[in-house]
Design a protein around this ligand. Sequence first.
Ligand SMILES: [Zn+2]
Length: 382
Amino acid sequence: MTIRLYEEDSELLDFTATVISCERKGDVYLAELDRTAFFPEGGGQGADHGTLGTAEVTDCHDHHGIILHTLSAPLACGETVEGHVDGRRRLSMMQQHSGEHIFSGLVHQHFGYNNVGFHIGSDAVTMDFDGKMTLEDALRIEALANEAIWKDLPIQAWYPGAEALEQIEYRSKKAIDGDVRIVRIEGYDTCACCGTHVKHTGQIGQIKVVAFQNYKSGVRISILCGMRALAYENELLAENRDISHITSAKPGELAAAVSHLSEERDRLKYELGRMASQLFTGLVRAAQEDFPVIRADFLPVSQLRPSAGEAAEGRQGALVIARREGGWNYALSSRQTDIRPVSRELQNTLSGKGGGSADMVQGVFGEVSEEDIRAAVHQVLG
Ligand SMILES: [Zn+2]
């Protein structure tokens, strides 16, 4: 069994140890030490990174009590190595993990729900609770959790032993074999946990709920703590500055400004549609032929069919075309004859495809000129 230095002191980053074994596995090496300050991935918390001698530690796992360090280079058996844990990554993990204790402990106190799924992801810390609450409830818990940070309470971790453990009421994520380690934040949480935590709640910095959704029969809440929360807030503020620049609105008035832009866009879209429709009607009236070809690039594809119908009214039929990338969109309409044979011939001549009913066909033509289309219609209709 590897001696776990991080359990005694979560702020210990530099240590020396003896190499028990080191084996190659594919492109990496797996090393066992007699003792380590590297936390192996587990209980929702990611593995520590850092160095052992000159080798990079890129991952760390617990195999039945033996901690295996994933290394970029081999170490010699029996060698004494100096280990260094990446303190920034560890502190971030401890901030997220300790924040989760306070949050989950408070949810348990106030609602009686359990955190049944905990994960420190690369983006956020996700927690799945086995009961329903509202976003407002979650924000109330967030406020209380931040108060716990301001109180700068000690976070204790110890192995009470089997007898004393029976007297302790604690949250547990799953049934645990062997010794149970208890982590306690007085007044907030008592939980069985093997992870690393900051020594005082003040080191968590802050706890921010960043996402909330109903999940299975409960809720999934994502939080960010400490340095991750700060980075997230800076991203949001930078984004707000961009929106403020684009909308010429002050921070705090951005939602109203964007809402105004959205309404304005809808109004202009409506106005544009109305004008396109008027313009098309003008082109239809101006067309002299009994089967006119009307080019209307300004119409959206969804308007081609009704427009072709409008143009064919009181005539033998009509073809409406609109430029698209690599060719044309078209709608062909007639109320007097089955238009499908005409469509098929046009498709053959103009590298097109499409389909529809006897009175309306819609499709595309290939990369041909407008003159080609007009000539083809002329030829097909005689
Ligand atoms: Zn923990």
